[in-house]
Design a protein around this ligand. Structure first.
Ligand SMILES: *Cc1c(COP(=O)(O)O)cnc(C)c1O
Length: 360
């Protein structure tokens, strides 16, 4: 494609971030979370670049099937388990691990006729109240799993944190306590920690950690940057200036004519817009990098374009490189401006863009 808007994926950064995870949680196995097309980075290239993880975690059977078709033989966990009984046969054939978080899933397993047992992770709701069995049912469910002929020996135990990204929130310690109490005395591998818990709550690391966001070089923790944790952003959303013009004071820029030049000034137009996944809510004042220099977005972002204040950019010319987020401009900052979280921006990058891999 000739349009200058592109996504650059820094494969070396991905590998660097994995090594950071290994050194933060040296006794834990790493399950790389690659749901939602690897947080928008492309599941295929991410999985290929991370062959030395211990497992992959995905949201659904299609994603897992995609990985198997690529020849990936590592364990793959379906984080939400089987959605229907029909999926169980495929799950067994593809040798996938499944979470079991609800009574209907356990019943499906008990009633299925499979040619071999499947590997199961019992998901416990330690307080997030999204998926999982209540702590007081764990002993009984565990017993049913032990007795189920379709469950491979030995099931594993998992839970998920609601607020591990907040260092001063006591909820994570409370969830850990609830999980430990509910599973005390049970001989099984355990997994609790997402990215935030890997960084902020080492007591939760257990047998398996499940990093998503930090693998992609983004900080999940409030008010802490990736650089604070020696993580390197993997995705950069970049484009170019396709127009540079001088406007008079008082002249308006963009739809709604909502932004007016406070003085005579140069403005640039960048070939990227909300149809590429750049958030329209990140309004005037949002940082942007032009030619390596920090500048600001002005006016309303259009479908395929946005405007930039070039007063602070020397010698700006058509064709100059622009970074919307990535290696030089944390996506965390843009997410904050847009009233969202970096996860949503990364996942929302449009597939129409060219993806370019950068190695080393
Ligand atoms: C998405 C997900 C993760 C990864 O979370 P991050 O915050 O991206 O590290 C871990 N575990 C489960 C169950 C998930 O759904």
């Amino acid at each position: 494609m000739t349009r200058p808007a592109r996504v650059v994926i820094d494969v070396a950064a991905l590998q660097h971030n994995l090594s950071r995870i290994r050194s933060l949680a040296p006794s834990s196995k790493v399950m790389a979370i690659v749901k939602a097309d690897a947080y928008g980075h492309g599941i295929e290239r991410v999985a290929r670049s991370l062959q030395d993880v211990d497992a992959f975690g995905v949201a659904c059977l299609d994603e897992a099937e995609h990985l198997r078709l690529l020849g990936i033989t590592l364990p793959i966990l379906l984080l939400e388990g089987a959605y229907s009984a029909a999926e169980l046969v495929r799950i067994q054939v593809l040798d996938l691990d499944i979470a079991v978080h609800h009574e209907y899933q356990l019943r499906m397993l008990e009633q299925a006729s499979l040619s071999a047992p499947v590997k199961v992770w019992l998901k416990i709701d330690s307080g997030m109240h999204r998926l999982g069995f209540p702590p007081d049912e764990v002993a009984m469910i565990w017993q049913r799993l032990q007795q189920c002929k379709n469950v491979a020996f030995q099931p594993r135990l998992m839970t998920h944190f609601a607020a591990a990204n907040e260092r001063d929130n006591t909820m994570t310690a409370e969830q850990l306590r609830i999980f430990n109490t509910a599973t005390a005395g049970t001989e099984a591998q355990r997994s609790l920690a997402n990215s935030a818990a890997i960084l902020a709550w080492p007591a939760t690391h257990a047998d398996w950690v499940r990093p998503g966001l930090m693998l992609y070089g983004v900080s999940p923790i409030q008010n802490e940057t990736a650089a604070d944790h020696d993580l390197r952003p993997v995705m950069s959303l970049v484009s170019e200036l396709i127009s540079v013009r001088s406007l008079q004071g008082g002249e308006a820029v963009g739809y709604g004519a909502s932004w007016r030049c406070p003085e005579a000034m140069p403005i640039g137009i960048v070939a990227v817009g909300y149809a590429d996944g750049f958030p329209r809510h990140a309004g005037s004042g949002t940082p942007i990098i032009v030619n390596g220099q920090r500048a600001c977005i002005i006016g309303n972002t259009s479908m395929d374009m946005l405007a930039v204040d070039l007063r602070g950019v020397s010698h700006a010319r058509v064709g100059d490189p622009v970074e919307l987020w990535g290696a030089n401009l944390p996506v965390e900052e843009i997410a904050q401006r847009a009233g969202t979280i970096p996860y949503e921006l990364l996942c929302g990058v449009h597939k129409r863009l060219d993806f370019i891999e950068k190695h080393g």
